[in-house]
Write a protein that binds this ligand. Structure first.
Ligand SMILES: NC(=O)c1ccc[n+]([C@@H]2O[C@H](COP(=O)([O-])OP(=O)(O)OC[C@H]3O[C@@H](n4cnc5c(N)ncnc54)[C@H](OP(=O)(O)O)[C@@H]3O)[C@@H](O)[C@H]2O)c1
Length: 373
Protein backbone atom coordinates (compact mmCIF):
# COMPACT_ATOMS: atom_id res chain seq x y z
CA UNK A 1 0.00 0.00 0.00
CA UNK A 2 1.19 3.50 -0.74
CA UNK A 3 -0.07 5.09 2.47
CA UNK A 4 -2.97 7.01 0.92
CA UNK A 5 -6.63 6.35 1.51
CA UNK A 6 -7.87 3.68 -0.81
CA UNK A 7 -10.78 4.75 -3.00
CA UNK A 8 -13.77 2.52 -2.33
CA UNK A 9 -15.32 0.85 -5.34
CA UNK A 10 -18.77 2.00 -6.46
CA UNK A 11 -20.26 -1.39 -5.74
CA UNK A 12 -19.49 -4.37 -3.57
CA UNK A 13 -20.94 -7.79 -2.94
CA UNK A 14 -22.37 -8.65 0.46
CA UNK A 15 -24.57 -11.27 2.07
CA UNK A 16 -27.88 -9.93 3.39
CA UNK A 17 -30.03 -11.79 5.88
CA UNK A 18 -33.49 -10.39 5.02
CA UNK A 19 -35.46 -12.35 7.59
CA UNK A 20 -35.20 -15.37 9.83
CA UNK A 21 -34.93 -18.26 9.19
CA UNK A 22 -31.92 -18.22 6.88
CA UNK A 23 -33.26 -15.97 4.12
CA UNK A 24 -29.75 -15.01 3.01
CA UNK A 25 -28.82 -13.76 -0.45
CA UNK A 26 -25.81 -12.32 -2.22
CA UNK A 27 -26.42 -8.72 -3.29
CA UNK A 28 -24.60 -5.84 -4.98
CA UNK A 29 -24.69 -2.67 -2.89
CA UNK A 30 -22.71 0.48 -2.29
CA UNK A 31 -19.82 0.11 0.15
CA UNK A 32 -20.30 1.69 3.61
CA UNK A 33 -18.99 5.23 3.98
CA UNK A 34 -16.54 6.09 6.71
CA UNK A 35 -17.20 8.80 9.30
CA UNK A 36 -15.65 10.02 12.56
CA UNK A 37 -15.13 7.15 14.98
CA UNK A 38 -15.17 4.46 12.33
CA UNK A 39 -12.99 2.65 9.85
CA UNK A 40 -13.96 0.81 6.70
CA UNK A 41 -12.06 -2.44 6.34
CA UNK A 42 -11.58 -4.56 3.24
CA UNK A 43 -12.51 -7.95 4.68
CA UNK A 44 -9.92 -10.64 3.92
CA UNK A 45 -11.24 -13.45 6.15
CA UNK A 46 -14.29 -13.41 8.42
CA UNK A 47 -14.85 -15.97 11.14
CA UNK A 48 -17.63 -18.57 10.86
CA UNK A 49 -18.83 -19.93 14.20
CA UNK A 50 -19.54 -23.66 14.54
CA UNK A 51 -23.14 -22.70 15.32
CA UNK A 52 -23.55 -19.97 12.66
CA UNK A 53 -26.24 -21.91 10.77
CA UNK A 54 -28.15 -22.47 14.02
CA UNK A 55 -28.17 -18.74 14.74
CA UNK A 56 -29.06 -17.54 11.24
CA UNK A 57 -31.73 -20.23 10.85
CA UNK A 58 -33.29 -19.18 14.17
CA UNK A 59 -32.74 -22.60 15.79
CA UNK A 60 -30.52 -20.80 18.28
CA UNK A 61 -32.60 -17.63 18.61
CA UNK A 62 -30.16 -14.73 18.90
CA UNK A 63 -31.84 -11.34 18.64
CA UNK A 64 -30.88 -9.09 15.71
CA UNK A 65 -32.90 -6.63 13.61
CA UNK A 66 -33.34 -7.56 9.95
CA UNK A 67 -32.28 -6.97 7.25
CA UNK A 68 -28.57 -6.96 8.03
CA UNK A 69 -25.20 -8.17 6.81
CA UNK A 70 -24.25 -11.11 9.04
CA UNK A 71 -20.67 -11.66 10.09
CA UNK A 72 -18.19 -11.89 12.90
CA UNK A 73 -14.63 -11.11 13.87
CA UNK A 74 -12.42 -10.68 10.81
CA UNK A 75 -8.95 -10.06 9.51
CA UNK A 76 -9.03 -7.06 7.21
CA UNK A 77 -7.13 -4.17 5.73
CA UNK A 78 -7.94 -0.54 6.49
CA UNK A 79 -9.63 0.88 3.38
CA UNK A 80 -10.78 4.20 4.81
CA UNK A 81 -10.40 5.92 8.16
CA UNK A 82 -12.46 8.40 10.12
CA UNK A 83 -10.84 11.80 10.57
CA UNK A 84 -10.28 11.15 14.29
CA UNK A 85 -8.12 8.03 13.79
CA UNK A 86 -4.81 8.53 15.58
CA UNK A 87 -3.02 5.19 15.33
CA UNK A 88 -4.46 3.19 12.46
CA UNK A 89 -3.02 3.66 8.99
CA UNK A 90 -4.56 3.18 5.54
CA UNK A 91 -3.66 -0.23 4.15
CA UNK A 92 -2.80 -1.61 7.59
CA UNK A 93 -3.60 -5.25 8.40
CA UNK A 94 -5.98 -5.38 11.38
CA UNK A 95 -7.82 -7.81 13.61
CA UNK A 96 -11.41 -6.59 13.76
CA UNK A 97 -13.03 -7.66 17.04
CA UNK A 98 -16.80 -8.22 16.71
CA UNK A 99 -17.57 -7.40 20.38
CA UNK A 100 -18.81 -3.80 20.16
CA UNK A 101 -19.20 -1.76 23.35
CA UNK A 102 -21.28 1.42 23.65
CA UNK A 103 -19.00 4.45 23.83
CA UNK A 104 -21.21 6.28 26.30
CA UNK A 105 -22.36 3.14 28.13
CA UNK A 106 -20.08 0.13 28.60
CA UNK A 107 -23.10 -2.01 29.46
CA UNK A 108 -24.38 -1.72 25.88
CA UNK A 109 -22.79 -4.73 24.16
CA UNK A 110 -23.37 -6.49 20.86
CA UNK A 111 -21.76 -9.22 18.79
CA UNK A 112 -21.48 -7.57 15.40
CA UNK A 113 -23.49 -9.43 12.79
CA UNK A 114 -24.76 -12.00 15.28
CA UNK A 115 -26.41 -10.82 18.51
CA UNK A 116 -27.95 -7.45 19.39
CA UNK A 117 -27.38 -7.82 23.14
CA UNK A 118 -29.80 -7.68 26.02
CA UNK A 119 -30.50 -4.00 26.74
CA UNK A 120 -32.24 -1.19 24.85
CA UNK A 121 -28.85 0.50 24.44
CA UNK A 122 -27.40 -2.64 22.86
CA UNK A 123 -30.36 -2.97 20.55
CA UNK A 124 -29.81 0.62 19.43
CA UNK A 125 -26.21 -0.16 18.46
CA UNK A 126 -27.33 -3.10 16.30
CA UNK A 127 -30.32 -1.24 14.89
CA UNK A 128 -28.33 1.71 13.65
CA UNK A 129 -24.66 2.45 13.16
CA UNK A 130 -23.27 -1.06 13.60
CA UNK A 131 -26.00 -3.06 11.89
CA UNK A 132 -24.00 -4.53 9.01
CA UNK A 133 -21.08 -6.85 9.62
CA UNK A 134 -18.27 -8.58 7.77
CA UNK A 135 -19.78 -11.06 5.30
CA UNK A 136 -19.16 -8.37 2.67
CA UNK A 137 -16.19 -7.02 0.77
CA UNK A 138 -16.19 -3.90 2.95
CA UNK A 139 -17.43 -3.35 6.49
CA UNK A 140 -17.71 -0.18 8.55
CA UNK A 141 -16.55 -0.86 12.10
CA UNK A 142 -15.65 1.14 15.24
CA UNK A 143 -12.07 2.44 15.25
CA UNK A 144 -11.47 0.99 18.70
CA UNK A 145 -12.37 -2.52 17.51
CA UNK A 146 -9.54 -2.53 14.95
CA UNK A 147 -6.31 -3.91 16.40
CA UNK A 148 -3.20 -3.36 14.27
CA UNK A 149 -1.33 -6.53 13.35
CA UNK A 150 2.41 -6.68 12.69
CA UNK A 151 2.12 -7.99 9.14
CA UNK A 152 5.86 -8.35 8.60
CA UNK A 153 6.18 -10.45 11.71
CA UNK A 154 3.04 -12.58 11.39
CA UNK A 155 2.85 -13.17 7.63
CA UNK A 156 6.57 -12.79 6.99
CA UNK A 157 8.85 -14.07 9.81
CA UNK A 158 6.32 -16.50 11.26
CA UNK A 159 4.96 -17.52 7.85
CA UNK A 160 1.27 -17.55 8.73
CA UNK A 161 -1.51 -17.31 6.19
CA UNK A 162 -4.22 -14.69 6.78
CA UNK A 163 -6.64 -17.55 7.57
CA UNK A 164 -4.35 -18.82 10.35
CA UNK A 165 -4.73 -15.47 12.15
CA UNK A 166 -8.45 -16.15 12.49
CA UNK A 167 -7.71 -18.60 15.31
CA UNK A 168 -7.01 -15.54 17.48
CA UNK A 169 -10.77 -15.09 17.44
CA UNK A 170 -11.35 -18.54 19.00
CA UNK A 171 -8.58 -17.95 21.54
CA UNK A 172 -9.78 -14.49 22.53
CA UNK A 173 -12.94 -15.88 24.18
CA UNK A 174 -11.31 -18.29 26.67
CA UNK A 175 -8.40 -15.84 27.09
CA UNK A 176 -10.99 -13.36 28.39
CA UNK A 177 -12.31 -15.86 30.92
CA UNK A 178 -8.93 -17.22 31.99
CA UNK A 179 -7.48 -13.72 32.50
CA UNK A 180 -10.63 -12.65 34.31
CA UNK A 181 -9.94 -15.26 37.01
CA UNK A 182 -6.22 -14.47 37.02
CA UNK A 183 -4.70 -17.69 35.71
CA UNK A 184 -0.99 -17.84 36.51
CA UNK A 185 1.85 -19.93 35.10
CA UNK A 186 2.08 -23.32 36.80
CA UNK A 187 -1.55 -23.42 37.88
CA UNK A 188 -3.77 -26.42 37.24
CA UNK A 189 -6.68 -25.45 35.00
CA UNK A 190 -9.65 -27.68 34.16
CA UNK A 191 -11.30 -26.98 30.80
CA UNK A 192 -14.69 -28.55 30.09
CA UNK A 193 -15.96 -29.30 27.56
CA UNK A 194 -12.48 -29.35 26.01
CA UNK A 195 -13.25 -30.86 22.61
CA UNK A 196 -15.26 -28.12 20.88
CA UNK A 197 -14.09 -25.05 19.00
CA UNK A 198 -13.83 -22.79 22.03
CA UNK A 199 -12.94 -25.63 24.44
CA UNK A 200 -10.02 -26.66 22.22
CA UNK A 201 -8.97 -23.01 21.95
CA UNK A 202 -9.19 -22.77 25.74
CA UNK A 203 -6.71 -25.65 26.08
CA UNK A 204 -4.23 -23.96 23.72
CA UNK A 205 -4.75 -20.62 25.44
CA UNK A 206 -4.25 -22.02 28.96
CA UNK A 207 -1.04 -23.72 27.80
CA UNK A 208 0.15 -20.43 26.31
CA UNK A 209 -0.49 -18.82 29.71
CA UNK A 210 1.80 -21.38 31.34
CA UNK A 211 -0.88 -23.53 32.97
CA UNK A 212 -1.09 -27.30 33.10
CA UNK A 213 -4.41 -28.45 31.75
CA UNK A 214 -6.96 -31.08 32.65
CA UNK A 215 -9.17 -31.46 29.58
CA UNK A 216 -12.58 -32.97 30.25
CA UNK A 217 -15.24 -34.12 27.78
CA UNK A 218 -17.61 -36.92 26.85
CA UNK A 219 -15.80 -38.21 23.79
CA UNK A 220 -12.71 -40.35 24.52
CA UNK A 221 -11.34 -40.19 20.96
CA UNK A 222 -11.70 -36.44 20.80
CA UNK A 223 -9.96 -36.16 24.18
CA UNK A 224 -7.03 -38.23 22.89
CA UNK A 225 -6.63 -35.71 20.07
CA UNK A 226 -6.54 -32.93 22.66
CA UNK A 227 -3.87 -34.73 24.68
CA UNK A 228 -1.72 -35.24 21.59
CA UNK A 229 -1.25 -31.50 21.44
CA UNK A 230 1.04 -31.53 24.49
CA UNK A 231 1.08 -34.86 26.36
CA UNK A 232 3.39 -33.49 29.08
CA UNK A 233 1.08 -30.71 30.16
CA UNK A 234 -2.39 -32.05 29.31
CA UNK A 235 -4.21 -34.75 31.26
CA UNK A 236 -7.59 -35.94 29.99
CA UNK A 237 -10.62 -36.96 32.04
CA UNK A 238 -13.78 -38.52 30.64
CA UNK A 239 -17.07 -36.94 31.73
CA UNK A 240 -18.93 -40.12 32.74
CA UNK A 241 -21.85 -38.42 34.50
CA UNK A 242 -20.84 -39.96 37.86
CA UNK A 243 -20.03 -36.85 39.89
CA UNK A 244 -18.07 -38.59 42.66
CA UNK A 245 -15.99 -40.74 40.31
CA UNK A 246 -15.31 -37.81 37.96
CA UNK A 247 -14.32 -35.52 40.85
CA UNK A 248 -11.91 -38.18 42.13
CA UNK A 249 -10.36 -38.52 38.67
CA UNK A 250 -10.06 -34.74 38.26
CA UNK A 251 -8.29 -34.43 41.64
CA UNK A 252 -6.06 -37.50 41.56
CA UNK A 253 -3.01 -35.25 41.15
CA UNK A 254 -4.36 -32.65 43.60
CA UNK A 255 -7.13 -30.05 43.52
CA UNK A 256 -7.34 -27.56 40.67
CA UNK A 257 -6.78 -23.82 40.86
CA UNK A 258 -9.19 -22.88 38.08
CA UNK A 259 -12.13 -24.31 36.13
CA UNK A 260 -13.28 -22.82 32.82
CA UNK A 261 -16.70 -23.88 31.52
CA UNK A 262 -17.47 -23.27 27.84
CA UNK A 263 -20.60 -25.39 27.35
CA UNK A 264 -23.10 -25.18 24.49
CA UNK A 265 -26.84 -24.63 25.22
CA UNK A 266 -27.68 -28.34 25.21
CA UNK A 267 -25.23 -29.15 28.04
CA UNK A 268 -27.66 -27.83 30.64
CA UNK A 269 -27.84 -31.16 32.50
CA UNK A 270 -24.16 -32.10 32.17
CA UNK A 271 -22.69 -33.07 35.55
CA UNK A 272 -19.27 -31.59 34.74
CA UNK A 273 -20.44 -28.32 36.30
CA UNK A 274 -20.58 -30.11 39.64
CA UNK A 275 -17.53 -32.37 39.34
CA UNK A 276 -15.29 -29.55 38.08
CA UNK A 277 -16.35 -27.12 40.81
CA UNK A 278 -15.92 -29.85 43.45
CA UNK A 279 -12.39 -30.41 42.08
CA UNK A 280 -11.30 -26.86 42.99
CA UNK A 281 -9.02 -26.06 45.91
CA UNK A 282 -9.96 -23.68 48.69
CA UNK A 283 -10.13 -20.13 47.19
CA UNK A 284 -10.23 -21.74 43.73
CA UNK A 285 -11.77 -19.85 40.80
CA UNK A 286 -14.33 -20.79 38.17
CA UNK A 287 -15.02 -18.84 34.98
CA UNK A 288 -18.45 -19.67 33.59
CA UNK A 289 -18.46 -18.89 29.87
CA UNK A 290 -20.96 -21.51 28.73
CA UNK A 291 -24.26 -20.71 27.08
CA UNK A 292 -26.42 -23.37 28.77
CA UNK A 293 -30.09 -22.60 28.21
CA UNK A 294 -31.85 -23.30 31.48
CA UNK A 295 -31.01 -23.68 35.14
CA UNK A 296 -27.79 -25.51 36.01
CA UNK A 297 -27.30 -27.38 39.31
CA UNK A 298 -24.26 -26.10 41.26
CA UNK A 299 -22.78 -27.38 44.56
CA UNK A 300 -23.64 -24.26 46.56
CA UNK A 301 -22.57 -25.65 49.95
CA UNK A 302 -19.02 -26.34 48.72
CA UNK A 303 -18.85 -23.01 46.90
CA UNK A 304 -19.59 -21.39 50.26
CA UNK A 305 -17.36 -23.60 52.45
CA UNK A 306 -14.33 -23.43 50.16
CA UNK A 307 -14.58 -19.67 49.48
CA UNK A 308 -14.80 -20.38 45.77
CA UNK A 309 -14.89 -17.46 43.37
CA UNK A 310 -17.42 -18.26 40.62
CA UNK A 311 -17.67 -15.62 37.92
CA UNK A 312 -19.58 -15.34 34.69
CA UNK A 313 -17.80 -13.87 31.68
CA UNK A 314 -19.10 -12.75 28.29
CA UNK A 315 -16.23 -12.38 25.84
CA UNK A 316 -13.17 -10.32 26.90
CA UNK A 317 -11.75 -6.84 27.29
CA UNK A 318 -9.90 -4.82 24.69
CA UNK A 319 -6.75 -5.24 26.75
CA UNK A 320 -7.20 -9.02 26.54
CA UNK A 321 -7.23 -8.79 22.74
CA UNK A 322 -4.12 -6.59 22.66
CA UNK A 323 -2.22 -8.92 25.00
CA UNK A 324 -3.25 -11.98 22.97
CA UNK A 325 -2.01 -10.38 19.75
CA UNK A 326 1.26 -9.45 21.49
CA UNK A 327 1.74 -13.08 22.53
CA UNK A 328 1.14 -14.22 18.95
CA UNK A 329 3.51 -11.61 17.51
CA UNK A 330 6.30 -12.50 19.92
CA UNK A 331 5.83 -16.15 18.90
CA UNK A 332 5.02 -17.14 22.47
CA UNK A 333 2.50 -19.57 21.04
CA UNK A 334 2.30 -20.80 17.45
CA UNK A 335 -0.66 -20.44 15.16
CA UNK A 336 -1.37 -22.57 12.08
CA UNK A 337 0.03 -26.05 11.48
CA UNK A 338 3.20 -25.16 13.45
CA UNK A 339 1.00 -24.89 16.54
CA UNK A 340 -1.09 -27.97 15.72
CA UNK A 341 -3.90 -25.71 14.49
CA UNK A 342 -5.36 -26.57 11.10
CA UNK A 343 -5.72 -23.71 8.61
CA UNK A 344 -9.45 -23.08 8.01
CA UNK A 345 -10.91 -23.45 4.52
CA UNK A 346 -11.73 -20.12 2.86
CA UNK A 347 -15.11 -19.88 1.13
CA UNK A 348 -16.29 -17.08 -1.18
CA UNK A 349 -19.46 -15.26 -0.14
CA UNK A 350 -21.62 -17.23 -2.55
CA UNK A 351 -20.66 -20.51 -0.83
CA UNK A 352 -21.83 -19.44 2.62
CA UNK A 353 -23.99 -22.56 3.09
CA UNK A 354 -20.96 -24.80 2.56
CA UNK A 355 -18.97 -22.59 4.95
CA UNK A 356 -21.64 -22.99 7.65
CA UNK A 357 -21.67 -26.77 7.12
CA UNK A 358 -17.90 -27.15 7.30
CA UNK A 359 -17.77 -24.98 10.43
CA UNK A 360 -20.48 -27.09 12.10
CA UNK A 361 -18.82 -30.41 11.25
CA UNK A 362 -15.36 -29.32 12.30
CA UNK A 363 -13.78 -31.30 15.13
CA UNK A 364 -10.47 -30.39 16.61
CA UNK A 365 -8.10 -27.47 16.64
CA UNK A 366 -8.63 -24.79 14.05
CA UNK A 367 -9.86 -26.01 10.70
CA UNK A 368 -13.45 -25.09 10.05
CA UNK A 369 -14.30 -22.26 7.74
CA UNK A 370 -13.76 -18.58 7.08
CA UNK A 371 -15.57 -16.42 4.57
CA UNK A 372 -13.14 -14.64 2.26
CA UNK A 373 -15.22 -12.07 0.31
N1 LIG B 1 -18.98 -16.58 27.18
C1 LIG B 1 -18.68 -16.21 25.96
O1 LIG B 1 -18.18 -15.12 25.72
C2 LIG B 1 -18.91 -17.18 24.83
C3 LIG B 1 -18.43 -16.85 23.56
C4 LIG B 1 -18.62 -17.76 22.53
C5 LIG B 1 -19.30 -18.95 22.76
N2 LIG B 1 -19.78 -19.22 24.01
C6 LIG B 1 -20.49 -20.48 24.28
O2 LIG B 1 -19.60 -21.56 23.99
C7 LIG B 1 -20.36 -22.62 23.48
C8 LIG B 1 -19.49 -23.63 22.79
O3 LIG B 1 -19.17 -23.16 21.49
P1 LIG B 1 -18.28 -24.02 20.49
O4 LIG B 1 -18.17 -23.23 19.22
O5 LIG B 1 -17.02 -24.45 21.17
O6 LIG B 1 -19.23 -25.27 20.25
P2 LIG B 1 -18.87 -26.66 19.61
O7 LIG B 1 -17.65 -26.54 18.76
O8 LIG B 1 -20.11 -27.19 19.03
O9 LIG B 1 -18.46 -27.55 20.87
C9 LIG B 1 -19.41 -27.95 21.81
C10 LIG B 1 -18.70 -28.77 22.90
O10 LIG B 1 -19.67 -29.15 23.88
C11 LIG B 1 -19.67 -30.57 24.06
N3 LIG B 1 -21.06 -30.96 24.27
C12 LIG B 1 -22.08 -30.97 23.36
N4 LIG B 1 -23.22 -31.33 23.96
C13 LIG B 1 -22.93 -31.57 25.26
C14 LIG B 1 -23.71 -31.98 26.36
N5 LIG B 1 -25.03 -32.22 26.26
N6 LIG B 1 -23.09 -32.14 27.56
C15 LIG B 1 -21.77 -31.91 27.69
N7 LIG B 1 -20.97 -31.51 26.67
C16 LIG B 1 -21.56 -31.34 25.45
C17 LIG B 1 -19.06 -31.14 22.79
O11 LIG B 1 -18.30 -32.28 23.04
P3 LIG B 1 -18.80 -33.78 22.94
O12 LIG B 1 -20.10 -33.79 22.16
O13 LIG B 1 -17.66 -34.46 22.27
O14 LIG B 1 -18.95 -34.21 24.35
C18 LIG B 1 -18.07 -30.04 22.41
O15 LIG B 1 -16.87 -30.17 23.13
C19 LIG B 1 -21.35 -21.91 22.59
O16 LIG B 1 -22.47 -22.72 22.35
C20 LIG B 1 -21.70 -20.66 23.36
O17 LIG B 1 -22.85 -20.85 24.14
C21 LIG B 1 -19.60 -18.36 25.04
Amino acid sequence: MDGRYKTLTMSQTALILSKYPLDISLVERTPPQVGPGSAVIRVLAANVLSYAANVYSGRRPYPHPTPFVPGSTAIGRIAALGSDATLLQPGQLVFFDCFIVGRDDPTSLILHGLHSGTTPGSAKLAEGEWRDSTYAEYAMVPLENCFPLDETRLLGDLGYQVEDLMYLSAMSVPFGGLRDVGVKAGEKVIISPATGTFGGAAVITALAMGARVVAMGRNADALERVKALNPDRIRIVLNTGDVTADTNELTKDGPADVFLDISPPEAVASTHMQSCILALRREGRASLMGGQRGLVALPILEIMRYNLNVRGKWMYTKEDVRVLINLAETGYFKLGPAGGIATPTAFPLKDFVAAFEVAAENQGFGGGAVIAP
